[in-house]
Design a protein around this ligand. Sequence first.
Ligand code: HEM
Ligand code: HEM
Length: 304
Amino acid sequence: MLHYRAFNVSVFWTLGLLYLGSVVHATESSLACPDWPTCFGTMMPEMTGGVFWEHLHRLVAGGLVLLFGLSTWLAKTATQDRPWIFRACLAGLGLLIVQSIFGGLTVIYRLPDLISTTHLGLAFIFLALVTVLASATGPLKTFERHLGETADRITILASAGAALIFLQSLIGGLVRHMDAGMACPDAPLCLGELVPPLVNSTITLHFTHRLIGIVAALLIIGLSIWILRVSAPKPLRLLGLLAAALVVTQVIIGFVSVLTSLAVIPVSLHTLIAAGLLATLVRLATLARLSPKSMSSTSELRAG
Ligand code: HEM
Ligand code: HEM
């Protein structure tokens, strides 16, 4: 069970790291360390001003590599009956190395929009992967009844929801890095209109992000209500409700970000909640996927 605990800590560590990364950008600390992998030629720079956030982000990223490496090592023998787990761990380690290189490239090439947005995207892909691992290696839990085809539907719908949130997050990354965050400076309307004149790419990008955000919120609320109506087991119902609560909060924080002219706390929370929402949907999909398909008086599920 140690590997399961280590995967869970990795999930929360990654969420913390994502939040810190967002703070790095929001506090304009991204180039506070002008070099990489060292900061001003040392691994122990003076932790003041922007260097504090940028170097802290790097140190916490280093901690994640160690923690995930330990989780992989623990999982290697404990999950021999399911070799895909170890293979997924190796993919995760590779992803972390690529991600760290992209972090370095954002600094070396002085924050090109596409590299910064890829850095965000890779962070979300790693989070999804480690969430699958944490969800698939949990303790056995008993379901009060079997789910049959409903399980497959929950898996498909929650996976589709996760894919939509990932896409929306990439668009959000572009909004941020192309400085389109205040292209609509008002809320809830955009330039005083329900549909603004789409005269340039920043307004179009910003408006598309708002629109997809609201559509995604309605779809995820719908999914959560449907999961309640089919009387899915409690852990799945709770995850559905959590996803609905997070998506509503996310839309509100998006508007608050605009109304506060992109203040550090709301924009950083906006990244964190997007990540939390993605992890919740991935966990929902994974738990439903792992539920037994055949009828028995009780059904067992790994994790809960
Ligand atoms: C040593 C390795 C790393 C370095 C040098 C690094 C560097 C940076 C820098 C400079 C930024 C600000 C980018 C900008 O303003 O455009 C940033 C943001 C960020 N970093 Fe890292 N990073 C590293 C590792 C990681 C890892 C391992 C993760 C997650 C798995 C991560 C997640 C993030 C996120 C989510 C952001 C915010 C991106 C955004 O706002 O769009 N970083 N990082
Ligand atoms: C499901 C709903 C939503 C999700 C998952 C989402 C996700 C994101 C993500 C991941 C980012 C990039 C953060 C980063 O690079 O670190 C972002 C940026 C942004 N989002 Fe959203 N968003 C959603 C809805 C909204 C809504 C409804 C608004 C309303 C105005 C909004 C306003 C913004 C703004 C202004 C930015 C740029 C922040 C900046 O420049 O720092 N978002 N969003």
